[in-house]
Ligand binder design. Structure first.
Ligand code: OOG
Ligand code: NI
Length: 463
């Protein structure tokens, strides 16, 4: 009997192989990895153990998120089977169709490990977007119908790959030889194809949205970007700029901040045009190029609670408001100011005000006398328990939309008066016949489990 390759090992290996593939396809990605490595080593040198507070350096070094884009619920369901084999489950629902600053005709979820043990083994996640050809704000009835027909006729993933995926998910792993075959087919499915692109069809979709063309203009799919994690994104931004790479004009998400970071901060650069083959109207196949892929990097902070998230959104709105009313100062300055005025700096404050998620454990060096208090805030302030941050494992729709749109060649045309097709988490869940987790439920479950443990040990009725 050969050893079974477990889901997390398949996941780590898939992420590794995809990274190698993407590096051969987009050489600037390799430079990004090199610079990310420098930045992380530097932070580790300067901060020591503190640098690993939101994840071990091994985890952070291996950590990537990918982005892929598919056309139909059926394709999304197939993607779910492939990622299911890797122990990655759909989490969160993102509707980018009315996103600021630019609407994109997709709805998305992210496939990722959901429990902390699996995340620690390998945290690979993939932001996965699906076109909505039925949305009349983007696609006329005629174009929408032709697009759906085109998508229905293509096959992104071979049967052999899907069968191996089902087997792996059902058995929680694959024997060596099958694992090898599965990984080979899975990585291949996301390589950039040399199949000629139909020029007229691609251009027709591009007039609506370059994302629509990237997804529905071709008969294959590909990894759009692969994003490493850094411990100091401002330093990375500077180093990449120093190397002559033109980054987008800012880092998306919360500001650089002297307090604990929440959510995620991301930035990107446009990759070079890549050579692609085109089929011209006269049938001739010619070499051409497309520029749809890019490099992205991110820094992760604490996961905010719903209260913290609302506060974040309110602070962003306040930043926007001040940026309009006082254009003399930059948006970044306004943002820093709003944060200084309104957001606590320490983890302790975030925990006591229930703004971010933590797990809690009993402080072994606590004062031994007396009965422990029952309020979380007091347990913390009197050092009965210690809070450990939960890192944000998900995405930010506003940044996602910003990343999408800053890398678009054409903004496309949107008819905001036309009918939208209603889509939400429940709809997507039904369409792929799998639960789509709400990220907050996952974070809250982790926190609650740790609190129940403390309750038991301290013999408290409730905290
Ligand atoms: C996905 C854009 C979203 C992120 O990091 O927010 C994303 C895409 O371009 O397909 O990857
Ligand atoms: Ni991304």
């Amino acid at each position: 009997m050969s050893e079974v390759v477990q889901p997390w090992q398949l996941r780590a290996s898939f992420a590794q192989r995809l990274s190698t593939l993407y590096g051969t396809e987009v050489p600037a990605y390799n430079m990004l990895l090199e610079v990310s490595g420098e930045v992380n080593a530097n932070v580790l040198r300067q901060q020591g153990a503190e640098a690993e507070r939101l994840g071990s350096i091994d985890r952070v070094t291996a950590e990537r998120h990918g982005a892929i884009r598919v056309g139909t619920p059926q394709e999304l369901a197939e993607v779910a089977r492939i990622f299911g084999a890797l122990g990655m489950y759909p989490t969160g629902f993102y509707d980018l169709r009315d996103a600021v600053p630019a609407p994109i005709p997709v709805v998305s979820t992210a496939f990722r490990p959901v429990d902390s043990v699996e995340l620690a083994r390998n945290p690979f996640r993939v932001f996965t977007s699906m076109l909505v050809p039925e949305d009349r704000r983007f696609f006329s009835p005629g174009l929408g119908k032709r697009l759906s027909r085109f998508l229905a006729a293509r096959t992104l993933f071979p049967d052999e790959l899907l069968a191996l995926a089902d087997h792996a998910e059902a058995e929680q792993g694959l024997p060596q030889a099958d694992a090898e075959r599965f990984l080979e087919l899975a990585v291949q499915a996301f390589a950039l194809s040399r199949e000629p692109v139909d020029r007229i069809w691609y251009s027709e979709l591009e007039a609506v949205s370059s994302v629509a063309a990237d997804i529905g203009g071709v008969t294959t799919t590909h990894i759009n970007h692969l994003t490493p994690r850094v411990l100091d994104i401002d330093d990375l931004y500077q180093r990449m700029s120093d190397r002559g790479i033109t980054m987008i004009d800012r880092i998306q998400g919360p500001p650089r901040w002297r307090g604990a970071d929440i959510l995620l901060r991301q930035t990107s650069f446009r990759a070079l045009a890549e050579s692609r083959r085109f089929r011209e109207p006269d049938g001739a196949v010619v070499e051409g190029s497309l520029r749809v892929r890019f490099g992205e990097v991110e820094a992760r902070g604490l996961a905010p609670t719903p209260v913290g998230r609302d506060k974040y959104e309110a602070m962003i709105l306040e930043t926007d408001r001040r940026a309009v009313s006082d254009p003399e100062r930059s948006r970044a300055e306004h943002m820093a100011q709003v944060w200084r005025e309104q957001f606590p700096t320490t983890e302790l404050d975030l925990a006591q005000q229930d703004l971010a998620y933590f797990t809690f454990r009993i402080n072994d060096a606590r004062p031994r006398d007396g009965q422990p208090p029952t309020s979380l805030a007091t347990l913390l302030s009197e050092s009965w328990i210690i809070a450990e941050p939960i890192v944000y494992e998900d995405f930010l729709p506003r940044s996602a939309a910003g990343i999408f749109s800053s890398n678009l060649t054409s903004q496309g045309e949107v008819d905001t008066s036309a009918g939208e097709a209603p889509r939400d988490r429940a709809w997507m869940s039904g369409a792929i016949a799998r639960d789509i987790a709400d990220p907050s439920d996952l974070y809250a479950a982790q926190r609650d489990a740790s609190l129940e443990q403390i309750q038991r040990e301290f013999g408290l009725q409730k905290i």
